[in-house]
Structure formats: structure tokens, C-alpha cells
Design a binder for this molecule. Structure first.
Ligand code: SF4
Length: 290
């Protein structure tokens, strides 16, 4: 994360990094990636003290160029490699050995693959189920360029939560999320909800959006059948990433959480340090009590 004068509410001690280093060794040994490092996540120390982890599959280079993202890009000479056939089993073995209760599987976007990597997601879900049937599986998927057949491949593998982040409000897509399409992403969430999946999405604020744009997005998300929404503060991961336009005050996050409940969203997890996978197990725990 680029060192900028952060307001008090964003200052968080890194937390114990011992578990993180051990996890990194385990991941490296199996050629696996996690998104936490490249995203410069402020919760990285805390998360690894708990039986949950986020694995990034389909390589460490992305075919897109989102302005907020610290993941390596496939353009500019870096090549995206073919998916590692052993990856699904390696993720499953690692999850089993670590005794993970909640696993989040995310990926870079692979517009170079015919199915965008959907089959690889399905294989990873099935491999985890085969190795540790009680592990809860959340997938955070790309938009598969709106390919419904690809989405159905993932849905038929029956993840416990289908997550796809909208990231920001529609008026900022061209700057924050070029290559993506707000309506296309909403249709993905709607199709997953119609399919019967528990659907989750997330955004970051601080890119210059207005409060009314966020509330309008929340209404559209509710209408699309989403049950869980996360809202967090954008933090600049690299010097090449977009500048932060605003550090949104915690009171505003609370207002978004209250508004979400008011319009009937089952679970709104909103706060400066909230991230899509942060406390993912707790959030789902709360949802299943609702
Ligand atoms: S598609 Fe995902 S991994 Fe790729 S640049 Fe955008 S946010 Fe990062």
C-alpha cells in the first residue's frame, strides 16, 4: 500500500505475520498464489490467524488493467501462462492440511481462455469437496465476459457463496474498471441468484463517487437478488494505481450499512477496512442466522 497520510481510522497494526509467512511458504511450495499480498490488504496479518484463506487461481498475471488493482498485468511484455492443471488439487490439499473452515477462491481475469477459466474454478471446487467436505467454499469470480455457459459451469459445481465484485459505481467504470461492464456484472449476479446460489458482491469507495450513486447501486444490487454486500475504503496498492479521491468517514459507512438494511439487503458489511473476503466466514455466519 502506498504510504499516504492515512486518517486515524485506517491505521491498523499489521498483526502477527508468523502465520502469513508460513502460509506463503506452503503456497510457494505448491505453486499457489493468494490475492492478499498483491492487493496490499490491511487485514493480512489478522486473517491468517483464523481458519480461512483466499487463494488466487489461474496464474498471477491478469488480462485486464483495473485502475485500483495491484495484481501483475498480462500486458506490457508479461505473459499469461496456461492454467496449472495441478492447481485445483493443490488448493484442495493445502486447504485440508491447514484445516480451513472457509475458503475463498478468486482469480485474475483470463479473457484469453475460451471459458474464462470457468472449468478450472469448477475443478477447484470439486477437489476441495472431495478432500474436505465440511469446508465452506466461496468463489469470487470474474465476469467471464458475460458468457452464461461459463457462469453455469461454476454454478453447477455448487459453491456455497457466489461472489462477483462490482467494485465501483457505473459512472466510474471507464476509469476504475475498464474492460468490465456494470450491466453485464449485474446480469451475472441476477443469473446466479435465479439459479439459487447465495450471491454476494462488493464495492470500494473513495474514487469520487457520490452517496446517492452508492445508494442507487445498493438498490440495483438488492433487485438483482444479492444477499451480501461489502463496502470498504479504496487504498492505493501501487504508484501506478489510481489516486484515492476521498477517505470516507466511518459514519458514512455506517449510514450505508443502515440504508442497506432499510432496503432489505440481508447482510451489509460496511467499514473503512472491510474487504470482499475479510471475515467472509463471520459474514456468512450472520447471514445464516437472519
Ligand atoms: S480483473 Fe481483477 S485481477 Fe484483473 S486487474 Fe481487474 S481487479 Fe485486478
Amino acid at each position: 500500500m502506498i504510504e499516504e497520510r492515512l486518517p486515524e481510522w485506517l491505521k491498523k497494526p499489521a498483526g502477527p505475520l508468523k502465520n502469513l509467512h508460513e502460509l506463503k511458504k506452503t503456497l510457494r511450495a505448491r505453486g499457489l498464489n493468494t490475492v492478499c499480498e498483491s492487493a496490499r490488504c490491511p487485514n493480512i496479518g489478522e486473517c491468517f490467524t483464523r481458519p480461512t484463506a483466499t487463494f488466487m487461481i489461474l496464474g498471477e498475471r491478469c488480462t485486464r488493467e483495473c485502475g485500483f488493482c495491484g495484481v501483475k498485468k498480462g500486458s506490457g511484455g508479461g505473459h499469461v501462462l496456461p492454467p496449472d492443471r495441478a492447481e485445483p488439487e493443490n488448493v484442495a490439499l493445502t486447504a485440508m492440511e491447514m484445516g480451513l473452515k472457509h475458503v475463498v477462491i478468486t482469480s485474475v481475469t483470463r479473457d484469453d481462455l475460451p471459458d474464462g477459466g470457468a472449468e478450472h474454478f469448477a475443478k477447484t471446487i470439486k477437489a476441495i469437496r472431495a478432500n474436505s467436505s465440511s469446508t465452506f467454499i466461496e468463489v469470487l469470480i470474474p465476469d467471464f465476459r458475460g458468457d452464461e455457459a461459463a457462469l453455469d459451469i461454476v454454478l453447477q459445481a455448487a459453491p456455497d457463496i457466489l461472489n462477483h465484485n462490482l467494485e465501483t459505481v457505473p459512472s466510474l467504470y471507464s476509469v476504475v474498471r475498464p474492460g468490465a461492464d456494470f450491466v453485464r456484472s449485474i446480469e451475472l449476479l441476477r443469473r446466479a441468484s435465479d439459479f439459487g446460489a447465495t450471491v454476494k458482491t462488493g464495492i470500494m469507495v473513495g474514487f469520487g463517487e457520490t452517496g446517492e450513486e452508492v445508494r442507487s447501486l445498493m438498490r440495483v444490487v438488492k433487485d438483482a437478488g444479492c444477499e451480501i454486500l461489502t463496502i470498504g475504503q479504496y487504498l492505493r496498492p501501487t504508484r501506478d494505481s489510481l489516486k484515492v479521491k476521498e477517505y470516507v468517514h466511518p459514519d458514512i459507512f455506517r449510514e450505508y450499512e443502515d440504508y442497506g438494511k432499510e432496503i432489505g439487503l440481508k447482510e451489509v458489511y460496511s467499514g473503512p477496512l472491510i474487504r470482499s473476503s475479510y471475515n467472509a466466514d463471520k459474514v456468512y455466519g450472520r447471514l445464516s442466522q437472519n
